[in-house]
Design a protein around this ligand. Structure first.
Ligand code: PLP
Length: 409
């Protein structure tokens, strides 16, 4: 297959700011986004500045405190929350581990999660179960993609002793967008029930937001979620190594830190720790790769230059619909969604007789990658996943579709 990068539009000029888009057809935004040149430059500049003023000095300490502050503010503004509710971490999984281990678990407490969570979160929950003798159950949400209301399923699985509900805002395997506002309404309702029902103020909700931050317009204050953990390196296209956790202010005060280090502490004049930081810093740890923070902020600034979060999401929907429609027309290809997807993640299967015994999905991914087309294999349910961002070109989608048709013929 010959690669043709001839499409020259305004979007092409915008896209030229992303070096990662130059030599390939990229559909793996849910794995890792592409970083804009501005972000790469900001990181390099920060690294050099760090050497100039330090690398360790009072000025450096001042600078890194300012960088962390600015980054918390930039992230908070994207989520519609106060910067005080934001804890900087390194990735989604680290963020989710903070509430998972910070709750005061008692034997017999119940944790409910969905059957579409990411392996790191599943493993952490299993270890909690082993250590604290908690009850864990898994509610089947994967099958609610085209039928049934996921909120009904969650309601059936919640119990009076449920302390934590763990779920992803956007399921990483099927791309399903869960109705978080309705799920939160349900939990808030149960938490308001009279004391004898056992539910009162029990259920906290932890959201794995790896696939929603940077793709969906968000206002966490309106949704009223307890914990929202995410990374900057996927849909925001920030550097690998900067993530964050939102904690609702009412919960923040009561939650114990999981990882403990100097960044979370208050000190007296002789540097003795005397308490916790009064905000999201309470859950931060220690020295970080501070120059990366400027990279994430630059990436966020650039997205705003293209359009609002709502405009970007609407464009993602148009493009995922375009891809979905084209895929559904290929004989032997079955999109997991019966209707146009509500996110930028488009998962699809290939008629087994067309695939096996010739090749598996893994080899199909490799063959596409040999042609500079990047998608990924998802094991559960067994399928391929192609993601579109707001700056994806229709011609890129055409290329992917053509390559799949070519492969199946
Ligand atoms: C839903 C979900 N959670 C967690 C992760 C892991 O992300 P991180 O490496 O930022 O912890 C991923 C990565 O793809 C994901 O899709």
């Amino acid at each position: 297959m010959k690669i043709n990068f001839s499409e020259k539009t305004g979007l092409d000029i915008y896209r030229s700011q992303f070096p990662g888009l130059k030599n390939k057809f990229y559909f793996n935004y849910a794995g890792q986004g592409v970083m804009p040149q501005q972000a790469l430059a900001a990181i390099a500049k920060s690294q050099e500045y760090l050497q100039e003023i330090g690398p360790y000095s009072n000025e450096r300490n001042h600078w890194s405190a300012e960088e962390t502050d600015k980054t918390r503010k930039a992230i908070a503004s994207e989520l519609g929350v106060s910067p005080k509710t934001i804890t900087l971490t390194e990735n989604t999984t680290g963020s989710c581990n903070i509430p998972l281990w910070g709750l005061d678990w008692q034997p017999g407490d119940h944790l409910l999660m969905t059957d579409s969570e990411h392996p790191g979160v599943i493993a952490a929950v299993q270890e909690l179960q082993r250590r604290f003798k908690i009850e864990v159950s898994v509610c089947p949400l994967t099958i609610t993609l085209n039928q049934e209301d996921p909120v009904d399923t969650i309601e059936q699985y919640l119990r009076p002793n449920t302390r934590l509900l763990v779920l992803s805002h956007v399921l990483w395997n099927t791309g399903q967008l869960l109705p978080l506002d309705r799920i939160m309404q349900l939990c808030h309702q149960l938490n308001q029930q009279p004391e004898h029902s056992g539910f009162r103020n029990q259920i906290k909700v932890l959201i794995d937001a790896a696939q929603s931050v940077g793709m969906l317009p968000l206002n966490l204050t309106e949704i009223g979620v307890d914990f929202y953990g995410f990374t900057g390196h996927k849909w925001w296209g920030g550097p690998v190594g900067v993530g964050a956790l939102y904690i609702h202010p009412d919960v923040q005060k009561k939650l114990h830190p999981t990882f403990i280090g100097w960044r979370g502490l208050l000190f007296d004049q002789t540097e003795n720790p005397v308490g916790w930081q009064p905000d999201g810093r309470k859950f931060e740890l220690a020295t970080s790769a501070y120059p990366l923070y400027s990279g994430l902020r630059e990436a966020i600034v650039l997205h705003h230059q293209w359009g609002t979060a709502e405009e970007r999401y609407q464009r993602i929907l148009k493009l995922s619909q375009y891809l979905w429609e084209k895929l559904t027309k290929i004989t032997g290809v079955l999109c997991l969604c019966n209707a146009p997807p509500e996110t930028g993640l488009v998962s699809f299967q290939v008629e087994p007789t067309l695939l096996e015994p010739r090749v598996s999905y893994e080899t199909m991914v490799q063959i596409l990658e040999n042609h500079k087309i990047m998608v990924r294999w998802i094991p559960h349910p067994n399928c391929l996943r192609a993601c579109v961002h707001y700056f994806t070109l229709k011609s890129e989608i055409d290329r992917l579709v053509y390559a799949i048709e070519d492969f199946l013929n």
